[in-house]
Design a protein around this ligand. Sequence first.
Ligand code: UDP
Ligand code: MG
Length: 326
Amino acid sequence: MTTAPELSVVMPIYNEQDALPLTVERLRPILDGLGVEYEVVGVDDGSTDATPLQMQKIRQDWPEFRIVRFSRNSGHQAALKAGLHRAFGDYVVSIDADLQDPPEKIPEMLELARERSLDIVYGVRGDRGTDSFFKRRTAGGYYWLMRKLVGKRMPNQAGDYRLLSRAAVDALKTMPEHQPVYRLLVPWLGFPSGEVVYVREERVAGATHYPIGKMVHLALDSVTNFSAAPLRLATWLGLGSFLVCLVLGAYTAIEHAIGNTVPGWSSLFIGMLFIGAVQLICVGLLGEYVGRIYSAVQARPAYFIGYDSAEESAAAEAEKLSDCVR
Ligand code: UDP
Ligand code: MG
């Protein structure tokens, strides 16, 4: 491709031999109808079924379909990362390969982003009626916790179906995380954003690749990516048990004074309480330092500049200059 396409569609694909042909069938007319140059970046996350073959076939009569293949299964977020890093488009939409995210919303997202000069358009799930009760409850808990960590900037029920501008993608590319959790990182950028509501459809074919183990993994990644709170748990427990130690210490002293105790019990009991509390506090202190080391190693950029008047005047100058030359 000589010039950058206006739109890239990034699609992580893992063992989707049944769903992929149906997805392509629905996606292609929509993208063709947009009237812009586009590419689809299909990231094959180390599929072990007929998916790689199918992708080759799709590419044969759809030149806009690019194939990026992992050598082994590395997970949904890793596939998203590769897709975002390799996409050329001015706008990048990420979408699942199982038609749970309706591709019909892509034109709406693009229009909203252009109209209001937005950097992010979230696909927000208006209705999860097609998800199982279990999935809805766990997802509800997950989003509640994540909004506590990232703040209200994170829209409720926004998954990985979203549009990003080139500026947002470039900002994400500067993130040094090895295992980025984009649904948290994107709101954390704080770029101008909008929302498009959609109905989460039923998976068109095949089964979910997010069993409970992967869901727990994603939740753990999300929490540890954004918060040192779990490390601080030991400090709070330590302080709590120190207070309990004081109360129980007083109680033991009274019992001892009354002569209500077996010889040796008081000293052992107080010693045990005290050492337990001190140990927890020390672990908590270590945790505080580990937390700080972690965020230093993460080395996230401290800020992103949304506007600089100097750049604007420089651009105006350049325009004037080019007018003069003409
Ligand atoms: N996926 C992937 N690698 C994985 C698991 C899933 O690339 O290890 C892709 C999958 O092909 C789909 C998207 O990520 O396009 C979402 O996965 P899935 O539909 O299984 O998750 P769910 O929608 O059930 O949460
Ligand atoms: Mg799915």
